[in-house]
Design a protein around this ligand. Structure first.
Ligand code: IPM
Ligand code: MG
Length: 353
């Protein structure tokens, strides 16, 4: 029997609630399958670790988890620690340290979910956004001098490399090819940003030659927001820069009904390092500790983990159960307008497995 070693990093806020819920569901799934099981190891990194040790994770943290098969991550963010410290000290250290350059964010309107686009049926909105996850606006290049003085200068330099852009565009073309509609939209802002974004456009044309069976088009990021709202059915797979896709994926999640549902996979396609799976929602301190978090984003992230681990049957089964649970509005958490607790949703998923 195959045993998958999973590093669990609950992080902060409701991450500490939804990650154990994800573990419980994966355990139930494994017990039912009889073909594989999981060995979870939990790491208490995040805001509390920072208060105790002055850093979000140990310096050798990535070494401690590099031999795992996958990482299940909750969220990083703490009201008493600046956001750039929580982000750069943990999540980005793992994503960039493990070269998880493709951040994959699917969006669908699941059964029973009331989405804000009234003219759109679930069949009209089935997207997957591929976010460049290793460089660009999140390269961390820049600086600040003369702080507090009138002559203060601050820069954030977006770094785009040919290798970095080519590999994520190629990943997106491959993903588009694997989906029924075989369609990709390459998003840039190459009218205003005339160097790196023009390079993106050029590289897209080059890579597209290897994918004659994929229909593709280009869109400027501002126009893309309008297209997502007005013509959702014209979109299937999308590839965009780190920052553009960050913004587009929140819009996508909101259009599908709730940020509480949306999953993410941070993938190292070379498989040299473990990939990391996480719900898209943040640490949500306003509801932490109350048992009100929506665990569906974590469960859907577990589906993506199972697909990555090579367990497509188990992934399909869990997704079908998730959809049967969202279809039952008595099992909706507060973010969906319901009254269910996280525990009730988790127990329902386990029972239906
Ligand atoms: C996301 C989040 C993060 C990001 C935040 C928490 C820094 O918004 O995963 O989309 O910008 O990458
Ligand atoms: Mg975001």
């Amino acid at each position: 029997m195959k045993t998958y070693k999973i590093a669990c990093i609950p992080g902060d806020g409701i991450g500490k609630e939804v990650v154990p819920a994800g573990e419980a569901v994966l355990r139930a799934l494994a017990a039912k399958s009889g073909k594989f099981n999981f060995e979870f190891e939990s790491f208490g990194w995040g805001g509390d670790w920072y208060r105790a040790h002055g850093e979000m994770m140990p310096k050798n943290g990535n070494d401690l988890i590099k031999d795992k098969d996958a990482i299940l991550f909750g969220s990083a963010g703490d009201p008493h620690i600046p956001d750039h410290i929580t982000l750069w000290g943990l999540r980005l250290k793992i994503c960039q340290g493990f070269d998880q350059y493709a951040n994959v964010r699917p969006t669908r309107i699941l059964p029973g979910i009331d989405a804000p686009l009234k003219r759109c049926t679930p069949a009209d909105l089935d997207w997957v956004i591929v976010r460049e996850n290793s460089e660009g606006e999140y390269a961390g290049v820049g600086g600040r001098v003369h702080q507090g003085h009138a002559i203060e200068v601050a820069t954030d330099v977006s770094m785009m490399t040919r290798v970095g852009v080519e590999r994520v565009i190629r990943y997106a073309f491959e993903l588009a090819r694997s989906r029924p509609r075989k369609q990709l939209t390459v998003v840039t802002k190459s009218n205003a940003q005339r160097h790196a974004m023009v390079m993106w456009d050029e590289i897209a044309v080059e890579v597209s030659k290897d994918f004659p069976d994929v229909k593709w088009d280009k869109e400027l990021v501002d126009a893309m927001t309008a297209r997502m709202v007005n013509k959702p059915r014209t979109i299937d797979t999308v590839v965009a820069t780190n920052l553009h896709a960050d913004v587009l994926s929140d819009l996508a999640a909101a259009l599908a009904g709730s940020l509480g549902i949306a999953p993410t996979a941070n993938i190292d396609p070379s498989r040299r390092f473990p990939s990391m799976f996480e719900p898209i929602h943040g640490s949500a301190f306003d509801i932490m500790g109350k048992g009100l978090a929506n665990p569906i984003g974590t469960f859907w992230s577990c589906v993506m983990m199972l697909e990555h681990l090579g367990e497509p049957e188990a992934a399909k089964k869990l997704m079908a159960v998730i959809e049967s649970v969202t279809a039952d509005t008595s099992l909706h958490t507060g973010d969906l307008g319901g009254k269910a607790t996280m525990d009730q949703v988790t127990q329902a998923v386990i029972a239906r497995l």
